[in-house]
Write a protein that binds this ligand. Structure first.
Ligand SMILES: C[S@@+](CC[C@H](N)C(=O)[O-])C[C@H]1O[C@@H](n2cnc3c(N)ncnc32)[C@H](O)[C@@H]1O
Length: 275
């Protein structure tokens, strides 16, 4: 099941997890940008993404490891007692927050394929002392959980990294109970962008190379069997936002991207659907 993309992504996120564990750098760049400190002061910082959520009882390392692009808990509407799975749980920020929402009678699983991220997440769980959480190793394209076991699936800026998105979405469908829901935050394309532009942009902002257009995303969800699909682009990456986020990074300055083509082409979206 392990692919070249998996290895590349594991190496990249493993490095980020290691540096956080060693207290070397603060990786607040949304969705795994280049990791350059200069790009870490923009809208993707955890304080902005999780505006309104109480992050003060989370370990600092969990907040520092936030690599998402929006807050899936805003629209997941988690209830006490629910069983939740977070696809690509990273350092565990969404899992640990979800654990508070579902309470002691609920349970939250975090699934990730990167050992260093799992170690960081487990250490964050221990620091927080939460019992209703379990971090498991595996691929989102081959979820190691049984059929129809979850009430809700959340995910934050991970599906775009998958090299087999239809499989990842159909696996999400398989493990959801009938009537269960997904609440995914992800980067999407708002207009067609060439593969060249995507890979240039990916140099300074990760999570771009594999983004889908809205209709493609909807079609994958429909084919998997989901209904009541809603895809709302919540944070549009306009030229101004991009300049604010990445303007100081050397990768941005040297990437030579035609900004007219990138302006407004990508957005952090809220994606909801029901099984
Ligand atoms: C951009 S980070 C997001 C982490 C977390 N969701 C957050 O909001 O901070 C992506 C995470 O997804 C994991 N990941 C990427 N592709 C994956 C796959 N195919 N299967 C399992 N985990 C994956 C990576 O190891 C990494 O921890």
């Amino acid at each position: 099941m392990e692919s070249q993309v998996h290895s590349k992504v594991q190496e990249y996120y493993g490095g980020i997890a290691k540096s956080i564990t060693e207290g070397q750098n603060k990786s607040c760049c949304g969705c795994g940008s280049t990791g350059n400190q200069s790009c870490c002061d923009g809208i993707s910082s955890s304080a902005v993404i999780y505006n309104g959520e109480n992050l003060s009882d989370l370990p600092k390392e969990a907040v520092d490891a936030s690599l998402g692009c929006a807050n899936p808990l805003v629209f997941a509407r988690l209830e006490k007692g629910e069983t939740v799975l977070d696809l690509g749980s990273g350092g565990g920020i969404n899992v640990l927050m979800a654990a508070k929402h579902v309470g002691e009678t609920g349970k939250v699983y975090g699934l990730d394929m990167t050992d260093e991220m799992l170690a960081l997440a487990r250490s964050n769980q221990e620091k927080m002392g939460v019992k209703n959480v379990e971090f498991i190793k595996g691929f989102i394209e081959d979820i190691p959980l049984k059929n129809e076991a979850m009430d809700v699936i959340i995910s934050n800026c991970v599906i775009n990294l998958s090299d087999d998105k239809p499989k990842a979405i159909s696996e999400a469908y398989r493990v959801l109970k009938k009537g269960g829901r997904i609440a995914i935050a992800d980067i999407v394309n708002l207009k067609p962008v060439s593969a060249d532009i995507k890979s240039q942009t990916d140099l300074w902002c990760g999570c771009i190379a594999g983004t889908l257009e809205l209709q493609e995303y909807r079609s994958i969800l429909e084919k998997a069997g989901f209904h009541d699909i809603e895809i709302n682009p919540a944070h549009v990456y306009t030229r101004e936002v991009i300049e604010q986020l990445f303007g100081n990074s050397p990768e941005y300055k040297t990437s030579g991207v035609d900004m007219d083509k990138v302006d407004g082409a990508f957005a952090g979206a809220y994606i909801k659907a029901v099984k």
